[in-house]
Design a binder for this molecule. Structure first.
Ligand code: SF4
Ligand code: SF4
Length: 355
């Protein structure tokens, strides 16, 4: 059976009032928030943006969603999970402070942001899933304990997975540091030494201090690499690439991690993708992150696979080309969706309803 994906077009992401108008219309017509009942504990997952990244979903839009959920008499934990790499989102206190700097204050969204602490056992859940790659997934407990999940995804490009939407927001986004490492661990980059000019850009951006320069060539210490692909995007000479098979494994593991969070939430999870300010790299990327496509709109569905496929299709349609392939020629982002479909998370076939 096909999934149903609702779509509200947006012309200009910077017209916050107009975007909110479309968002309200989308929530009303799609009724995706009907999965939430009175007194439900709702885990609301989003990305508050890395320092230097300005393309995250705006607090004003999150406010609209939170107000709707509260009207249902449910309680909300608005959260993201810490990163693997050095940066402002490496620990809970800094991550929370950055979210506030990006406008996610109690005044703006109506509640405080929560960041689970990777060092607290109580904040971590181990979920047995026995899938192809992952047997036990380590995820933030709040999403497992929640009665319902609301995913607020920013649809954008990604150096390792081609693009990121709902599957990435939940699969990679709800994983603890250990879980993120388990997903990235096969994806160490390969360097074409002949083409390396020794410019040092990769060494500068590497968050794990895994690259050093020797005789004006980049040298990788695999034991330190966390497979984040930052160096791939930073190299001006296209010298670094991720082994395609390893990239495939990351995508499949990410889908399996999404399964760990969503498997017992059938009929209790809903997804929004904002295809606005579509940047080339992950929102974790703190460096130059150009927009690669036009503002397209907001998607809503109960199917995380269908919503990502519809977002992918409509963004490329609006752009007149496959902008994700263009930005990341070696990655086929649809692999994450095929695996997600295979393990029962949803379907890539969808009916689109424009509101
Ligand atoms: S993928 Fe590149 S940037 Fe990321 S940790 Fe490994 S060497 Fe460093
Ligand atoms: S960024 Fe590329 S060219 Fe520059 S040192 Fe690293 S691998 Fe070599």
């Amino acid at each position: 059976m096909k999934s149903t994906v609702y779509f509200a077009p947006v012309k200009d992401a910077d017209d916050i009032g107009a975007v909110n108008g479309q968002l309200k219309k989308l929530l009303e017509k799609s009724r995706i928030l009907d999965v939430i009942r009175e007194k439900d504990k709702v885990g609301m997952k989003m990305h508050f943006g890395e320092a230097g990244n300005i393309n995250f979903v705006r607090p004003a839009h999150v406010r609209v969603i939170c107000d709707e959920v509260k009207r249902k008499g449910a309680s909300i934990t608005l959260a993201d999970v810490n990163t693997l790499y050095r940066g402002r989102r490496l620990n809970a206190a800094d991550h929370q402070a950055l979210a506030r700097e990006h406008g996610f204050t109690k005044k703006a969204v109506g509640l405080d942001v929560f960041i689970p602490d990777d060092k607290k056992e109580a904040d971590i859940a181990a979920v047995q899933i026995n899938q192809k790659h992952i047997q036990t997934a380590k995820v933030a407990r709040l999403f497992i304990d929640a009665d319902a999940i609301v995913s607020i995804g920013h649809f954008k490009g990604h150096g390792l997975t081609g693009f990121g939407g709902a599957i990435k927001n939940i699969g990679m986004g709800c994983a603890t540091r250990e879980g993120k490492l388990a997903q990235h661990c096969d994806a160490a980059p390969v360097f074409n030494t002949d083409r390396c000019t020794g410019c040092g850009e990769c060494e500068i951006v590497c968050p794990a201090e895994a690259i050093t320069m020797e005789n004006e060539k980049a040298v990788l210490d695999r034991s330190k690499c966390i497979g984040c692909a930052s160096c791939v995007a930073a190299c001006p000479n296209m010298t670094i690439f991720i082994d395609t098979e390893a990239g495939d494994a990351v995508q499949e593991k990410m889908a399996e991690y999404a399964y760990a969070v969503l498997n017992d939430k059938k009929g209790k999870a809903c997804f929004l993708n904002f295809a606005l300010r579509i940047n080339q790299e992950c929102d974790c990327w703190p460096y130059k992150n150009p927009r690669i496509g036009p503002d397209v709109g907001i998607f809503a569905s109960l199917d995380p696979v269908g919503i990502d496929k519809a977002s992918f299709d409509l963004v490329n349609q609006a752009s007149g080309e496959d902008i994700f392939k263009k930005a990341h020629p070696k990655e086929d982002g649809l692999k994450q969706l095929r695996h997600a479909q295979d393990i029962g998370l949803g379907t890539m076939e969808y009916d689109l309803i424009s509101v």
